[in-house]
Design a protein around this ligand. Sequence first.
Ligand code: COA
Length: 323
Amino acid sequence: MLGLLAMAHLLQRRAGHPGSRILSVASYRPRTEVGNESVAALIDSSDEWIRRRCGIESRRRAAPDEDLVMMATAAASKALAGAGVDPADVSAVLVATMSHRGRATTAAPLVAEALGATGAAAMDLGAACAGFPYALATADALVRSGAAGHVVLVGAERMTDIIDERDRGTAFLFGDGAGAVVVGPAQTCEIGPVVWGADGSGSELLRYDEAGILRMAGPEVFRWATAIVPDAAGRALQAAGISAADLAAFVPHQANLRIISATAKSLGLGSHVQVATDITTNGNTGAASIPQAMAALPDTTGPALLVGFGAGLSYAAQVVTLP
Ligand code: COA
């Protein structure tokens, strides 16, 4: 005990920063756009049913040359250029993903290498469709503690690799792509306190089958989401010390337009608040959906409320200042 106490005096603490902020946001969308008709043909569905049940009109599907690391690197590279940060000055690369397949155990070291972020720590973060806000809370903590200076955070998914195109419950929902932000030090807190949680008792509702294909109990997940998303959103606003009227944008995970609309209504968002509806032409891109939807917001600055939710079951929400 005495030894431990004595050792504690030898350890220095790194100087941190008062706050952190998002410096830039960028997105990579695969070249191929796939409309509802061709998806519906394989699952005895229709364009009309898909639009009515989830609001999706089309999604992007990655071509063979658009692998997860390539898409993540493209989004991250654009974000670094937007922030004016040299890859050599990046101290951590975080990749939030649930669909990384291939020989490498983690995607982040490959993304760091492709970026030229040779001095960076690199790790994947697995919290499925809540992955982006989970990783953003991690990046914020790393910067404020002084463990990192600039962090590149990418949400990247190649859902095509983990979806069964003949599964009526999922084939029409998911798309491929990547979204990235650069997080750096700030004098004020521009990434608000995270409100997060998980319920492992619901893990079977979204799971991989024996072949590694994602299976979902849609109606049950829908019911959970319509309860947890407004609750987490309200608590994140409270934690940040602002009200819904102060928001410039609401950017929830793009899982279903009905969940997005129901939450916007329950929060009483005014018409001045930009509600992200990227799902209509992008589908559900898992951990990539929030940064991709942020990148698609038309010229919006100010506070934005982010909420991620999905497999785990996991959720996370925070208010950020848009760059
Ligand atoms: N095309 C046409 N009809 C379909 C269909 C399809 N792809 N899938 C199911 N149906 C039918 C069902 O058989 C059912 O018919 P019935 O009323 O005659 O029994 C009816 O449509 C309703 O099916 P249901 O599964 O209850 O649809 P839904 O309204 O729940 O919508 C989802 C399905 C997947 C869009 C919805 O459940 C959802 O969005 N779930 C949550 C997704 C989510 O948030 N995921 C978390 C993050 S990834």
